[in-house]
Design a binder for this molecule. Structure first.
Ligand SMILES: Cc1cc2nc3c(=O)[nH]c(=O)nc-3n(C[C@H](O)[C@H](O)[C@H](O)COP(=O)(O)OP(=O)(O)OC[C@H]3O[C@@H](n4cnc5c(N)ncnc54)[C@H](O)[C@@H]3O)c2cc1C
Length: 348
C-alpha cells in the first residue's frame, strides 16, 4: 500500500520574489499546492487546517501591505491537455499553476488560436478567471468553458461554468466577498478554455488597427497578432523583472452618459469610450494624469512616467507606501472629477 504524499510546508518564507511589485512580506506558513488532494490534506492538518488562507498565484495582481497572517497557499497545479475536439471549439484543460503567457504560446504552437490578444499578461492560469483578465478587445470569459475549484472549508471539488463564475469587467465571483462571493473561499485547480472554430481575429482595438495601418497587413494570422500584442505591451508597460509593478492599478470607471457630458463640459479632452448600454467608460490613466500624478512619487512608490495608470516600485518600496500613494491619487481624482477610482489588484 502506498503512503499518501506529505504536505509540502515551509515556514518564514520571504514573499518578495513571489510578487511582481517586489514588496517585502514574510509568510509565516507557506504550503505548496500541487493537486486537489493537497488542499484536502491541508484542511485535515491539525494546526493549519482551520487557519485563514491566502491563495497565491504569480503575485502579479496582489499588493502585500503587510505580512499575511493567513497560511499562504502557493498554487502549483500543472498540466495541459486537449479534452475535446468539437465542431465549434478545441477545448483545452490547463492546471492553475501554469504560466498564462506560456500557455497562450503553447495553444498557438498546437494550432489552436484564440488567446493571442491576451499574450504577455503575467501570472498563472488559475488567477485568470479571478479578475476575468482582459486586453486588446478580448476577455477571458470570451474563451472560457469551465473550471474546477476546491472549497477551502469542505475540501470538495466543484466544476463551475461561466454563469456560476459571474464574470464582469475585471471581476468575478472569486473577487467578491460576502454572501454568494467566493473570494478566499475556494482555490481554482484547473481551467478549461474553448478556442473557437473557425478562428476569427479580434482586431477592433485601436492599437491593433494602428498596427494594420502601419504594416499594411489587413489579414494577420494569430501568430502575427500575438507578436503585435507583445510588441505593443513591451513599449507601454514596465517589465516587472526590471521595475516592480502590478500592471494597471485602477479599473477604468464607468459613469452615466449625463455624468460624462458634465465632465466633458469641463474637460473636453477626456478619453472616454461609450458602452452599448449607454454608460461611458473613462480612461483612469487620463484622470490620474490630469491631476498631475504622472512621474510623481510618495516615498519609494511612484507613478510610471509613461503611463499614469501604472504604479511602480522605485526601489525598496513597502506595501504601505504603495497603499498611501494609491489613496492620495484616489483623493485627488475624487476632488477634481467626483469619481471614485477602484483598485484593480487585491490588497492584502
Ligand atoms: C506588467 C503587468 C501587466 C498586466 N496586464 C494585465 C492586463 O492586460 N489585463 C489584466 O486583466 N490583468 C493584467 N495584469 C494583472 C495580472 O497579470 C492578472 O490579474 C493575473 O491574472 C494575476 O495572476 P497571478 O497568478 O499573478 O495572481 P495573484 O496576483 O497571485 O492573485 C490575484 C488574486 O487571485 C487570487 N488567486 C490566484 N490564484 C488563484 C487560484 N488558483 N484560485 C483562487 N484564487 C486565486 C489571489 O488570492 C488574489 O486574490 C498585469 C499585471 C502586470 C504586472
Amino acid at each position: 500500500m502506498s503512503t499518501p504524499a506529505a504536505l509540502d510546508v515551509e515556514h518564514d518564507v520571504s514573499l518578495r520574489a513571489f510578487n511582481t511589485f517586489g514588496l517585502p512580506a514574510t509568510a509565516r506558513t507557506l504550503v505548496h499546492i500541487r493537486s486537489d488532494a493537497d488542499v484536502r490534506r491541508l484542511l485535515a492538518h491539525p494546526q493549519h487546517g482551520r487557519a485563514d488562507k491566502l491563495v497565491l498565484g504569480g503575485g502579479s495582481n496582489l499588493i502585500l501591505s503587510r505580512d499575511p497572517q493567513a497560511v499562504v497557499l502557493r498554487v502549483e497545479v500543472m498540466g495541459r491537455r486537449l479534452v475535446a475536439d468539437r465542431d465549434d471549439a478545441f477545448v483545452v484543460e490547463v492546471g492553475a499553476g501554469e504560466n498564462w503567457h506560456e500557455v497562450v504560446g503553447w495553444t498557438l504552437d498546437q494550432g489552436w488560436p484564440g488567446l493571442e490578444n491576451l499574450a504577455l499578461i503575467p501570472g498563472t492560469v488559475g488567477a485568470a478567471p479571478v479578475q476575468n483578465i482582459g486586453a486588446y478587445g478580448l476577455e477571458l470569459k470570451d474563451r472560457f468553458e469551465s473550471l474546477d475549484a476546491v472549497d477551502l472549508v469542505t475540501g470538495r471539488t466543484v466544476t463551475l461554468d461561466a454563469r456560476a463564475c459571474g464574470f464582469a469587467y475585471r471581476d468575478s465571483v472569486f473577487k467578491r466577498g460576502g454572501f454568494g462571493g467566493l473570494a478566499g473561499k475556494s482555490l481554482i485547480t484547473r481551467v478549461r478554455l474553448a478556442l473557437p472554430r473557425p478562428w476569427v481575429p479580434v482586431l477592433g482595438y485601436l492599437d491593433l488597427e494602428r498596427k494594420i495601418a502601419e504594416t499594411g497587413n489587413r489579414t494577420p494570422d494569430a501568430r502575427t497578432i500575438f507578436d503585435w500584442v507583445c510588441t505593443i505591451r513591451r513599449a507601454k508597460l514596465p517589465d516587472p523583472a526590471e521595475i516592480g509593478n502590478c500592471g494597471s492599478f485602477f479599473k477604468n470607471p464607468v459613469v452615466s452618459a449625463e455624468q460624462c457630458r458634465d465632465i466633458i463640459g469641463r474637460d473636453p479632452e477626456i478619453v472616454h469610450y461609450p458602452l452599448p448600454d449607454g454608460s461611458v467608460k473613462l480612461a483612469a490613466g487620463w484622470l490620474i494624469d490630469a491631476c498631475g500624478w504622472k512621474g510623481k512619487s510618495v516615498g519609494r512608490a511612484g507613478v510610471y512616467e509613461r503611463q499614469a495608470l501604472v504604479l511602480v516600485n522605485r526601489g525598496g518600496a513597502s506595501g504601505a507606501e504603495v497603499v498611501t500613494l494609491a489613496r492620495a491619487i484616489q483623493e485627488s481624482v475624487y476632488g477634481r472629477f467626483g469619481i471614485r477610482l477602484e483598485p484593480e489588484p487585491v490588497i492584502v
